[in-house]
Design a protein around this ligand. Structure first.
Ligand SMILES: [Fe+2]
Length: 336
């Protein structure tokens, strides 16, 4: 199997798990699932952290954030038992958690080797592993449950100061070869003036519909679209939830040019079962091409794990943001 990629800018970094690493992860996932039965068991969470901390060798070498400015790499070879996982559920809440547990544990082991996996209390009931599949009635809504429309390029949970630094997207099923879109801000070409403009805190980013009614949190503060990290330029971008047309004309023009550039440098990655994309949420924006969902149990099914990396500081001004009341829950309390 292979992850197809269509890139105008740079090749996709692919790392293939060796047989031993693949078998070890699979065995750990299966054993921990049998021993603890649920992620709500604190001992299960502690075991994940302990095993991840002691993992070394090839696996640790393969599971690290992307090495290049592309902001994405794909680790290939995770053991995915499609038969045990069953048909693609019609909605995230219908996922058979027991059947998914061995796979979810493998993902959390990988995530814990990178940083601190977390869930959102207000999204998918706080689950640490989110499920992404098309849902009937959401075909044309800008969330991961959509299908018929282009899921616009965006930073995951861009509205929140505690958004993931890195997230994992693993593929359970994708028989229609539906592509994930990826654009790196490190590949865009902007004039110095546009760059300066977009570094200015000017407009807010609102939460998407999966977080419910946010109006009670009052007026949202302006944030910058671009920001600097020690290794280069980063972005915080979600045009469908940003009132950017209310900004001054100079900002609007710069924002539009950034959007055009992100489209120009975009690449399409087709994940296949057993692929795990490691995505730098500060360097790239991601989306998905439109497709026609069948809702018959064979649709595309991805799993996502959000990861915080405390050693990657963000602008100090983010400390003042209220995050619209959304709170994270980490896999484990202790800091990595
Ligand atoms: Fe997303």
């Amino acid at each position: 199997m292979s992850s197809a990629v269509d890139s105008a800018v740079r090749p996709l970094e692919i790392r293939t798990l060796g047989t031993r690493s693949r078998a070890m992860l699979h065995e750990l996932g299966t054993t921990l699932a049998a021993a603890y039965g649920s992620l709500s068991n604190p001992r299960c969470r502690q075991a994940i952290s302990a095993f991840a901390a002691n993992m070394d060798g090839e696996l640790r070498e393969k599971i690290r954030p992307p090495a290049t400015d592309s902001g994405i790499c794909v680790v290939r070879g995770l053991f995915v038992d499609e038969r045990s996982l069953g048909r693609t559920p019609p909605i995230w809440s219908a996922v058979d958690e027991a059947a998914s547990l061995p796979t979810d544990l493998q993902m959390l082991l990988l995530g814990s080797m990178i940083g601190r996996p977390f869930g959102w209390r207000g999204q998918q009931e706080g689950r640490l592993v989110n499920n992404v599949m098309p849902a009937r009635g959401y075909e044309n809504v800008q969330t991961g449950a959509s299908s018929s429309l282009l899921l616009s390029p965006h930073t995951e949970d861009a509205f929140h100061p505690h958004r993931s630094h890195v997230f994992l997207l693993s593929c359970i099923r994708n028989v229609d070869a539906v592509a994930t879109t990826i654009s790196s801000v490190r590949d865009v070409e902007l004039s110095p003036a546009d760059r300066e403009t977009l570094l200015r805190p000017t407009i807010p980013i609102m939460p998407d519909l999966t977080y419910g009614d946010m109006e009670r949190w009052g007026p949202a503060g302006p944030i910058p679209t671009l920001w600097e990290r020690s290794d280069g330029l980063c972005l915080r971008y979600d045009p469908d939830f940003t009132p950017w047309t209310e900004a001054d004309p100079e900002y609007q023009a710069a924002y539009r040019r950034l959007s055009e550039e992100l489209e120009r440098v975009g690449m399409r990655v087709v994940l296949e079962p057993g692929d795990v994309a490691i995505v730098d949420n500060d360097v790239v924006v991601h989306g998905r091409v439109p497709f026609t969902a069948r809702f018959d149990g064979t649709d595309r099914w991805l799993k996502r794990v959000n990861i915080a990396m405390p050693d990657r500081p963000r602008p100090v001004t983010e400390l003042d943001e209220n995050g619209y009341g959304q709170q994270v829950e980490y896999l484990c309390l202790e800091s990595k």
